[in-house]
Structures are given as structure tokens and as C-alpha cells.
Design a protein around this ligand. Structure first.
Ligand SMILES: Cc1cc2nc3c(=O)[nH]c(=O)nc-3n(C[C@H](O)[C@H](O)[C@H](O)COP(=O)(O)OP(=O)(O)OC[C@H]3O[C@@H](n4cnc5c(N)ncnc54)[C@H](O)[C@@H]3O)c2cc1C
Length: 438
């Protein structure tokens, strides 16, 4: 079967270029065979390969990446490793309390894995247990925060409500009217983290980069072909998010949606004192179509907003050009005291979304397994589901594995052309409705 949905990210991801360069591992050539093959070296695939290697120290685990590590979505995100559940379909954003408690436990496990590995291998990825703000500007956003506060009470979680007058002391800007500060989020430089994770893999993991799988045949064994050879697997683990559809699974259930980030140059000391507030923070928007903002460890401002439905899974220049203008407007609204500070980088990256916000965990067909569809939360979710998938493949069962196996998975989307029309109209309308929050 030919794989047509393949990744091709833009060249301008700031996190990738600003993190320590590393020498990519050679691409695969010729014919190899292995008991375990993992496709995709983002958070999910790196975690799955690492954990399979622990369970099967005598087996070679082959990990294949189409691009170089740190260049795909796992190196392009906003760097929020979030602990709290946030169910945008529920009235109080927490919804079913039992599901919310398990989600919190899963996310916290993901954070713990990341923190332990960064400590163990001294991965310098600007990781800070800083918490995060969720900020609102308009009455609709403030109502979201009030509802979420009730949800957090129900879940028994700590938070602090911060009013307009106090927010500049935290963020510098007077833009926000209200925020919830929740202490459990970890912020990090995502590309530096995934590069570090790739360079600290166990010896029995063989990573091939710049190796795009273009063909797959399912039989007694699974044959994965690319332009310079093939890899024959007894068991295949798909950890390539929406690109899993290209391998014939969850077709019409995952949406390859892109979102976009920009990073300014480093602020001068004088600009930093003009901005004031804390020296390191991150904020997510009350409206999911609003802007995520960070002040980074190296004193840059990061802005993320805007979505596009890239059905082919590839980056498109027209969106970068369109959305850098929106980033500029969002930046100027928030930071008039730092007007005109240039963006050094603007980039996009793919998310895999499903209509019911569910992911897939477990078997896809005999000897093919997947942890797919991170719904924009892959830093913690991908890390923990990749790890638990390997545990399950090694025969383990526990409360968290059972919870993931029981999930209904992503539900079906309408067929084309209704899907594209519907998704594009929803994205446009939701971005418009976000108003000043964008
Ligand atoms: C701008 C932006 C901001 C975001 N912010 C956050 C955030 O703050 N927090 C958060 O948790 N999440 C965030 N996300 C989402 C997060 O990046 C994803 O959920 C996460 O990257 C998913 O990880 P993954 O390992 O499952 O998939 P990916 O990171 O997409 O990794 C899959 C890999 O598979 C490779 N691949 C695909 N097809 C093939 C093939 N045929 N052959 C070989 N290799 C293949 C790809 O190149 C890719 O590297 C954001 C995303 C973007 C774009």
C-alpha cells in the first residue's frame, strides 16, 4: 500500500534552530529485519521505543523518523507539559470526574517521565516547574475561567484566581482582565527536549532519521519500504499521530490540523525592565482559539495562534505568510510597551485532532499497534501513552492501561467534501469569534 499522507514541515521552527545542534543518525539503507519497529520519533515514538528496549533488552528496536528528530511537531509545539484535564466539551471543563481523575494521573505520569529523564541524562531543555496562567480578556473568556474554577474545585485542585489589577505584576502586560494560575504545568523548550531524548536512547534502539516510509505491506510480517530499502517487522508500533491514517488506520477519524508559532528576538535588558512582571511564564487562552503566550528562559516572547486544515499533512507557505500577520497583531495588542520587536522565527506544525477529543491506544490489526491522536496535548500524553503501550505489549496490565484500552477512540468525521467545508468554516468562525483573545 502506498503511503500518501506524509510529513513535510517548514524550515523555520525557532525551537529547532535555537536548541543545541546534534548530528542526525544515518538514514536506513538496504534490508533489515527486527522484532519491533516503531514509526515516528516524536514524544510518543521515543517513549515507546525506550520502554520496549527496557522490556526486551535482547531485542533490537528499530525507530524510524521521516525528518530529523526535533524537526517534527514534537519540536514545534508551545512547550506546555500540562497536568490538568481540560474537557472543552464539558460545562465546567472537567466533566466526568472519574475520567478527569484518571486523565490527571496520566498527565502527571507523563510529566514525571519527562522530569526523570531530563535529570538522568542532564537534558538542557529550559524545563521549569513554573505552572501556567489561563488568561481571559472578554466577558465570554471570563465566564470560561469561572466555569473552569468550579471544575477545579470539583477535582480538588489548587489554583489561584488573579484579578486584572494584579496581573501586570505577573505578566508585565495590562492586556488580561482575569486569569487562573494553576501550579502543576511544566514549561520547556520542546525541540531541545526531543533531541536530548533521542540522544539518550538505550543501546538496543537503532534510530534511523531522514527515512520516510512510503509503502507498507501487511502479512505474516510487516514490510516497510522507503526509497533506499526496506525494514521487515514482526510487530509494528505506529507513533506518527495523524500520519497513522496514511498506514490505513483511523481514516476519516483524525484531522491533520496545523497551528502556528512565532518567537521574537531576545529582549534587551532595557526592554525587559520596560516589560516587567515575572522573568519566565506561560499563558494559555480561555478561548481555545485565542493565543498561547510565553516569556521564555532566554527572554523572547512566543506567540501561538491560528489553525489551518492541511489535508495533505504538509506545511504551506501561504498560511505562514497569513498567520505571521495575525501573530504580529496579537503581539502588539499585548505588548505595546515593546512595540515593533521583530519575530526571528515563524513556523507551523501538525496536530492530530478528533471530534470527540479521544485518541487511539492499542491494537490496530494483528501485530500492528498504535498510540495516536494526541489532540494537541502530546507533550505529556504522547510520552505517557508511548510508555504504557510498550508496557502493555510486554504483557503488563494496570489501571491506566485498562483506562486507555477502554476508550472509544476517535469518532468518525463526515465524508469529503463536507469534511473540508465543515472544518474550514469552523476554524474561520472560531478564530473570528475569539475576538481580542486571539
Ligand atoms: C505550534 C504547536 C503548539 C503546540 N503546543 C502544545 C503544547 O504546548 N503542549 C502539548 O502537549 N502539545 C502541544 N502541541 C501538540 C504536540 O506537538 C503534539 O501533540 C505532539 O507533537 C504529538 O507527538 P507525537 O510523538 O505523537 O507525534 P509527532 O510529534 O507528530 O511525531 C510523529 C513523527 O512521525 C514522523 N512520521 C510521520 N509519518 C512518517 C512516515 N511515513 N515515515 C517515517 N516517519 C514518519 C513525523 O515526521 C513526526 O516526527 C502543539 C503543536 C503545535 C504544532
Amino acid at each position: 500500500m502506498k503511503i500518501t499522507l506524509t510529513p513535510q514541515d517548514d524550515v523555520s521552527c525557532g525551537w529547532f534552530h535555537l536548541s543545541k545542534p546534534r548530528k542526525p543518525k544515518p538514514s536506513h539503507e538496504g534490508t533489515s529485519a527486527a522484532r519491533w519497529v516503531v514509526v515516528g520519533a516524536g514524544f510518543t515514538g521515543l517513549a515507546a521505543a525506550r520502554q520496549l528496549a527496557v522490556h526486551y533488552p535482547n531485542d533490537e528496536i528499530i525507530l524510524i523518523e521521516a525528518q530529523v528528530v526535533g524537526y517534527g511537531a514534537s519540536g514545534r509545539n508551545a512547550g506546555f507539559a500540562i497536568d490538568l484535564p481540560h474537557d472543552i466539551g464539558a460545562e465546567d471543563y472537567i466533566g466526568d470526574i472519574e475520567i478527569a481523575k484518571k486523565t490527571l494521573k496520566l498527565n502527571t505520569m507523563g510529566q514525571t517521565i519527562i522530569k526523570d529523564l531530563t535529570r538522568q541524562y542532564s537534558i538542557d531543555c529550559q524545563l521549569r516547574e513554573s505552572g501556567k496562567y489561563q488568561g481571559a480578556v472578554e466577558p465570554r473568556g471570563i465566564a470560561v475561567l469561572d466555569a473552569y474554577r468550579r471544575g477545579l474545585d470539583k477535582l480538588g485542585q489548587n489554583y489561584e484566581m488573579i484579578e486584572e489589577a494584579d496581573l501586570p505584576g505577573h505578566l508585565g502586560t495590562t492586556f488580561y482582565k482575569k486569569a487562573i494560575f494553576s501550579p502543576g504545568t511544566v514549561l520547556l523548550q520542546p525541540s531541545a527536549l526531543v533531541k536530548g531524548l533521542a540522544d539518550s536512547l538505550p543501546d538496543n534502539v537503532t534510530l534511523y532519521e531522514n527515512t520516510l516510509i512510503t509503502d507498507v505491506e501487511y502479512g505474516q510480517k510487516i514490510v516497510l519500504s522507503h526509497q533506499s530499502g526496506k525494514i521487515i517487522a514482526d510487530k509494528l508500533v505506529l507513533a506518527n499521530n495523524a500520519f497513522g491514517m496514511g498506514f490505513g488506520f483511523l481514516k476519516g477519524r483524525m484531522l491533520p490540523v496545523f497551528t502556528y508559532g512565532s518567537l521574537t528576538r531576545v529582549l534587551s535588558e532595557e526592554e525587559q525592565s520596560r516589560l516587567a512582571g515575572k522573568s519566565f511564564w506561560g499563558l494559555t487562552p480561555a478561548d481555545p482559539f485565542g493565543s498561547t503566550i510565553r516569556r521564555t528562559a532566554d527572554n523572547r516572547i512566543f506567540v501561538r495562534n491560528s489553525f489551518s486544515f492541511n489535508r495533505d499533512g504538509k506545511s504551506h507557505e501561504k498560511y505562514l505568510q497569513r498567520f505571521v500577520r495575525r501573530h504580529r497583531e496579537s503581539y502588539e495588542r499585548r505588548f505595546p510597551m515593546l512595540s515593533g520587536v521583530e519575530f526571528d522565527y515563524t513556523w507551523g506544525g501538525s496536530l492530530s485532532l478528533s471530534r470527540n477529543h479521544m485518541g487511539h491506544f492499542g491494537e490496530l490489526r494483528p501485530n500492528v499497534y498504535g498510540a495516536l491522536c494526541c489532540n494537541g496535548l502530546g507533550v505529556t500524553r504522547g510520552t505517557v501513552t508511548g510508555t504504557l503501550l510498550a508496557d502493555w505489549l510486554a504483557g503488563q496490565r494496570n489501571e491506566m492501561i485498562d483506562f486507555l484500552l477502554k476508550s472509544n477512540g476517535p469518532n468518525a468525521n463526515p465524508p469529503e467534501p463536507f469534511l473540508s467545508i465543515g472544518v474550514n468554516a469552523t476554524l474561520m468562525w472560531s478564530q473570528f469569534r475569539a475576538g481580542k483573545e486571539s
